[in-house]
Design a protein around this ligand. Structure first.
Ligand code: FAD
Length: 316
């Protein structure tokens, strides 16, 4: 939470590559670990992760169009396009989800390949400003040759590795979003108390107090959900329901609280002098990245309903 609340937290603590480091440590082969792991941890090289594609829904990875063919010498030739690849322009390595077996729509046959971005055929196509802010990129891979030992996890079993990575990523992000929502709440309350008109401070208006109450309620109900997901994940237990709840709640809370904080700031809330526009942008994107709200809502609800289908009925 504290890291997320700071503009410079992730960079200062070097936590940006955490998900890649963990993925390579657990699922990379000895050569990959030897070549990249220490340098990634030391901040000497940077990495990014490319799953989402422009031409197929990111919510349906089975349709992934990027494909990789194994050559007689054991290397892979990777071709495809990805977008919203965070940090791709400055990355030395990109983990690419590609179909290695089967055909579009098959549940198996997807693999993860670690591609050095200096490889011939790798190109950063364009930046995709997100509500005006940079950091997202579209990339193209045109018959990029990747060493055979740069496969991450088992061939055809990418989604198991991706799922593990996403669960941790969502949980850590939910913590950051909580920290950011708390920061927006603090800014809102400080403004409400300090800004004074002829009838006293903004804090005296009941409709301003409504914003404060609703924002506090969102923060206080979201925090235990996120902490529960953290505890379960940390203990290595099944946390699908809790991570889904935490992700949706934290994203909504960040969007709601920053929206209220902007409202209470008036025009200043939309201008360049506070962190609120950036926090609001993060809150809006939070409801889509790492799987949109709808995916988590239906997945959690299905799990809950399945359990009800399997247990004795409650006495009427
Ligand atoms: C800031 C940001 C950073 C990102 N970083 C990365 C990254 O580094 N690497 C990467 O690979 N991707 C990244 N993404 C992409 C992100 O993971 C995808 O945008 C997300 O998974 C959704 O995929 P999509 O955009 O293709 O939406 P689609 O799959 O086209 O879905 C569009 C909309 O349809 C609706 N919908 C979809 N499925 C369902 C359903 N089952 N039920 C009901 N409604 C549904 C939802 O409203 C959804 O928002 C990033 C996105 C953002 C915004």
């Amino acid at each position: 939470e504290a890291e997320g609340a700071s503009d410079h937290g992730p960079a200062a603590l070097g936590s940006a590559p955490l998900l890649d480091v963990r993925m390579l440590a657990r699922h990379g082969g000895p050569r990959v670990r030897e070549l990249y792991l220490e340098r990634l941890v030391a901040g000497e090289i940077r990495s990014c992760y490319a799953m989402t594609e422009p031409d197929v829904p990111g919510t349906d990875p089975f349709l992934t169009a990027t494909h990789a063919e194994q050559q007689p010498d054991g290397t892979w030739s990777v071709t495809g396009r990805k977008w919203f690849t965070s940090g791709a322009a400055n990355a030395d390595l990109v983990t690419v989800l590609a179909r290695t077996d089967g055909t579009a729509g098959d549940r198996d046959g997807l693999s993860l390949l670690l591609v050095p971005t200096a490889s011939p055929g790798f190109r950063v196509e364009r930046e995709l400003p997100l509500l005006g802010a940079g950091g997202q990129w579209e990339i193209e891979l045109d018959h990029v040759t990747v060493p055979g030992d740069h496969m991450i996890g088992e061939r055809g079993r990418a989604l198991a590795v991706a799922g593990e990575r996403l669960q941790l990523g969502r949980t850590l992000r939910a913590l950051r979003w909580l920290g950011q929502a708390q920061r927006a709440f603090d800014l809102m309350c400080e403004r409400a108390v300090a800004r004074t008109g002829s009838r006293g401070p903004l804090a005296g208006h009941q409709l301003v107090q409504q914003h404060v109450f609703d924002a506090l309620l969102a923060l206080r109900t979201t925090r235990p959900l996120v902490h529960e997901a953290v505890a379960l994940l940390g203990a290595g237990r099944d946390a699908h329901t809790e991570v889904g709840l935490a992700k949706v709640a934290a994203a909504r809370t960040l969007q709601q609280v920053t929206d209220s904080a902007i409202q209470i700031h008036g025009a200043a809330g939309l201008g360049p002098d506070t962190a609120l526009p950036a926090l609001f942008r993060t809150g809006r994107a939070a409801r889509i990245l790492d799987g949109p709200d709808e995916l988590h809502i239906t997945s959690v609800a299905r799990r809950v309903l399945r359990a009800y289908g399997e247990r004795p009925a409650t006495p009427r």
